[in-house]
Design a protein around this ligand. Structure first.
Ligand SMILES: Cc1cc2nc3c(=O)[nH]c(=O)nc-3n(C[C@H](O)[C@H](O)[C@H](O)COP(=O)(O)O)c2cc1C
Length: 332
């Protein structure tokens, strides 16, 4: 089993990044819940971010928000991530995350969604450096765990201020910076401009985590080499592919064969159902299943039935039958 990297005295989980240089699971709303993080951990991921959670909803004791900070007390370093723009509310919510076992609390400066930006959170904060400073300062003074930020390259082409925000974050007490180098107006279009990661890395002395468009080992090696970042963060490429962390870190790693992939998917649905119940777990599993199936042959039958899967039994049944089919067609 993967051992938790416990920081030595006066060091944070982020300081450990420099020596261990892990491939980190990115925060993905609706995806990196506790079951997905656990599947990634079991497949070799050594450092994870939880999905973003609204600080306002957390302090209002909203049940769904509280469900999103479950499972933070995990065997690998786990960073909670908060959305919001009110310093004292962010600090209250950060305390709750630490109470739930978070090893660090991250501030979301990157979410491009309209409703979030309209509320002044996520990437809207890239245009509010003074407010970002106040949020970091307030949170860092209130919790005994490190505070970090995850940012974009800027708001738009006219406002590419990642370096400015990074310097300010360090000065106010942030312990690490993750950079997804697209602007808010780019959303997820075009390419991530890794030069921005290199510039941020040059500008600060706290650890910098590079992120954006890493899909395989070669991409990760290129990102480490071309930016000097301390860790590489992988988001979308982990969907249906939770062994990607080991694949990147260990050049000798043999990816699981098709049968094993189905077993991993079955393990995933079990964890989801344990966490969210049979119906909701099965419903949420559909999006993961679609991703697991992408790399698999002869999957038409499963695809056709996917929208009818509404219980643990129905999912396991169809996956076991699919496994049988793969054996019959000798795809192994
Ligand atoms: C479905 C989805 C959900 C996301 N949710 C979050 C989130 O909760 N917090 C965050 O900081 N970034 C979020 N992101 C951005 C990712 O963390 C990451 O920065 C981006 O996908 C680029 O990395 P990648 O190319 O490895 O996917 C999300 C992205 C996607 C596609």
């Amino acid at each position: 089993m993967t051992e938790k990297m416990e920081p030595k005295e006066n060091r944070t989980v982020f300081d450990e990044l420099r020596s261990t240089r892990p491939v980190v699971l990115a925060p993905l709303s609706g995806i990196t819940d506790a079951p997905f993080r656990e599947i990634c951990r079991k497949q070799g991921c050594r450092f994870v971010y939880a999905e973003m959670t609204s600080s306002e909803a957390l302090v209002r004791s909203n049940d769904r928000a509280h469900a999103r900070i479950r499972g933070l007390n995990a065997p690998v370093p786990t960073v909670a991530q908060l959305l919001g723009n009110r310093p004292s509310v962010m600090a209250d919510a950060a305390e709750m995350c630490v109470e739930m076992g978070a090893d660090a609390v991250d501030i979301n400066l990157g979410c491009p969604a309209k409703q979030i930006v309209r509320g002044g959170g996520g990437s809207a904060l890239m245009r509010e450096p003074l407010l970002v400073a106040e949020i970091i300062r307030t949170m860092a003074s209130r919790i005994r765990k490190p505070v970090s930020v995850k940012m974009r390259a800027g708001w738009d082409d006219q406002c590419r201020n990642a370096v400015e925000i990074a310097r300010l974050a360090e000065a106010e007490g942030a312990s690490a910076i993750a950079v997804h180098p697209r602007t808010r107006t780019q959303a997820f279009k075009g390419h991530a401009n890794w030069e921005v990661i290199a510039r941020v890395k040059e500008a600060v002395s706290i650890p910098v985590i590079g992120n954006g468009d890493v899909r395989c080992r070669e991409d990760a090696v290129r990102m480490f080499d071309s930016t000097g970042c301390d860790a590489v963060m992988v988001g979308r490429a982990a969907l249906g592919h939770p062994w990607i962390f080991r694949e990147i870190e260990d050049p000798g790693f043999e990816p699981p064969d098709f049968t094993r992939r189905i077993d991993i998917a079955i393990e995933h649905i079990h964890l989801l159902v344990e966490e969210k119940g049979s119906y909701r777990g099965a419903l949420e599993f559909r999006k993961h299943l679609a991703c697991y199936l992408k790399s698999m042959p002869e999957n038409k039958l499963v695809r056709e039935q996917m929208n009818r899967l509404d219980s643990l039994e129905s999912v396991v049944d169809i996956l076991e039958r699919y496994k049988q089919r793969l054996h019959e067609f000798s795809f192994q």
